[in-house]
Design a protein around this ligand. Structure first.
Ligand code: NAI
Length: 505
């Protein structure tokens, strides 16, 4: 099946933030679009709002004046549901309430022709459940846009238990023809993005709760080492803690209390206090006028280092060596087990054990653990950790070497898998489990996380780059270290490591 014809009549119900954005996308693609809202005047206001938005784009030279006029002319506000009888596709974006949505779709089914596709933009309700009471549940699917719909490329095409695969293919092609990046997913809690993204928030909140580092430091690490567009705290301040906490609770409940999705008491306290983030003027950060944001904490060293010795292969951290050489450090290569020696210090990429534990178990004195960087050749910041008994001079030498390479260095308390490595390992683990459970294919999971939440790389491809065996070891060590099911590795990871394959094979 191909995309809907450009002349096919589309309707959007609900003229709020999402409905208006979706209507704009469909109209810009060339469809005639009806917009309905049960608040009198809301649909017309939304169209006027779209006109203003397009006007701004014309002023900036990003859209022609003619395109603005033709797009707005395709949009029509209607005030009764009967006007939607001849639509080819109806997209619902009303209040997030199962009973209200079910009632609306029952009404639509009795009104519309049998070929009309019924779609919901719900982000948390089950498509299977919304469709359950329809006479023809096969025509009901999820069409999950991201906010703001005209800007965000991702659309999750969600199939419920009864959804017709041919209609899912049609919506996929249609979304693509609208310039979007669609992915297929099954109707499971959180679909792809709202499920796979949970560890990004959860692991940072946990690190904060355990005093691993402060808010600005963890945010800076996610951005400057992890390559994420925003840290977890500035991002949840933007999303709104009420919204983000509600999604976490809903996914946690939907998975019967699986501790992988455990909500955070820190975030609950912010919600209880009304510190909802930017919209309330205070979240993790204050948004009051004149407040300067606290800076990430850093460690500095005055030690002078010109030489280091690399023993064996540093794995994903190897790019560090070229960076050191470029800055005039002599790097001597020897056989060994993947450590970097400078003076009395031994640096190594974390394997998920605490530094104190690994130093004792592997007989490594003065061990400094390195966190993951998305790109060790480019990252401007790196996190380190060490045991309490490290020799202060060795610590100074280790920090000096990283500063020579051009990193700002942030020291975390001795935490398993530090910050970026722990976050990425858990994202990859969740993504792997989603693939294992048939929620989506590996390529779609990675695309969803890049296009829906702007991750620098899909978590599965990222795990392949780090090395699956290393990611598995990190998770096993996290599970052993915490003694918690939360960190149990996905069966898919174990299987692929045993088979010697990657997650994208
Ligand atoms: P909103 O509150 O901005 O807009 C909802 C609109 O629906 C309002 O204008 C309201 O008057 C209208 N409405 C409510 N009940 C109605 C009914 N029975 N018939 C006709 N109109 C009705 O909400 P928003 O944020 O646009 O969300 C809408 C849907 O999109 C929800 O299902 C939500 O879960 C989903 N969604 C929201 C995202 C977001 O970031 N806000 C992202 C992706 C999905």
């Amino acid at each position: 099946m191909t995309a809907l014809n450009i002349n096919a009549q589309i309707a959007v119900i609900g003229a709020g933030a999402m409905g208006a954005g979706i209507a704009q996308v469909a109209a810009q693609a060339g469809h005639p679009v009806l917009l309905l809202d049960n608040r009198p005047g809301a649909a017309a206001q939304a169209i006027a709002g779209i006109d203003r938005q397009l006007g701004k784009r014309v002023e900036k030279g990003k859209l022609s004046a003619q395109a603005r006029v033709t797009t707005v002319a395709r949009l029509q506000a209607v005030d009764n549901i009967e006007a939607l009888a001849d639509c080819a596709l109806i997209i619902e974006a009303i209040v997030e309430n199962l009973e209200v949505k079910r009632e609306l779709f029952r009404q639509l089914e009795s009104l519309c022709g049998e070929h009309c596709i019924l779609a919901s933009n719900t982000s948390s309700l089950s498509i299977t459940s919304i469709a359950a009471q329809l006479d023809h549940p096969q025509r009901m699917l999820g069409l999950h846009f991201f906010n703001p719909a005209p800007v965000m490329a991702l659309v999750e095409i969600v199939s419920g238990l009864a959804s017709d695969p041919a209609l899912a293919a049609c919506l996929y092609d249609t979304a693509k023809s609208w310039g979007k990046k669609p992915v297929h997913t099954r109707s499971t809690p959180g679909f792809i993005v709202n499920r796979v993204a949970r560890p990004f928030y959860a692991e940072n909140l946990r690190l904060l709760q355990e005093g691993a580092a402060d808010v600005p430091t963890l945010d800076a690490l996610m951005r400057e080492a992890g390559g994420f567009a925003m840290g977890a705290f500035e991002l949840t301040d933007l999303i709104g803690h009420d919204v983000n906490y509600a999604v976490t609770c809903s996914v946690f409940d939907a998975y019967y209390g699986d501790t992988r999705f455990l909500p955070s008491l820190i975030q609950k306290e912010l919600v209880d206090a009304g510190r909802l983030g930017r919209k309330s003027g205070q979240g993790f950060y204050s948004y009051a006028d004149g407040i300067t944001r606290a800076q990430p904490t850093e460690v500095n060293s005055r030690a002078v280092v010109d030489t280091c010795v690399v023993e064996g292969d540093l794995g994903v951290a190897n790019a560090l060596l070229a960076r050191l050489r470029e800055r005039g450090v002599e790097v001597i290569q020897r056989d060994g087990h993947g450590v970097l020696r400078v003076g009395d210090a031994v640096l190594a990429l974390s394997d998920g054990r605490m530094a104190c534990q690994r130093a004792r178990e592997d007989g490594l004195d003065n061990l400094i653990l390195l966190d993951l960087a998305f790109d060790y050749g480019q990252a401007s910041r790196i996190a380190i950790s060490c045991g309490a008994d490290i020799d202060p001079n060795a610590m100074q030498q280790g920090i000096a070497l990283l500063q020579r390479a051009g990193f700002s260095v942030s020291q975390l308390s001795d935490s398993p898998a530090l910050a970026v490595l722990r976050t990425v390992a858990m994202l990859a683990n969740e993504a792997a489990d989603a693939v294992l459970q048939g929620v989506a294919c590996a390529a779609d999971v990675d695309l969803a996380m890049r296009a829906g939440v702007n991750y620098p790389q899909g978590p599965l491809a990222w795990a392949d780059t780090i090395g699956l065996a290393h990611v598995l070891r990190v998770l096993e060590n996290l599970q052993a270290g915490y003694g918690e099911e939360r960190y149990r590795p996905s069966l898919l990871l174990r299987r692929r490591v045993a088979e010697g394959r990657t997650l994208h094979d």
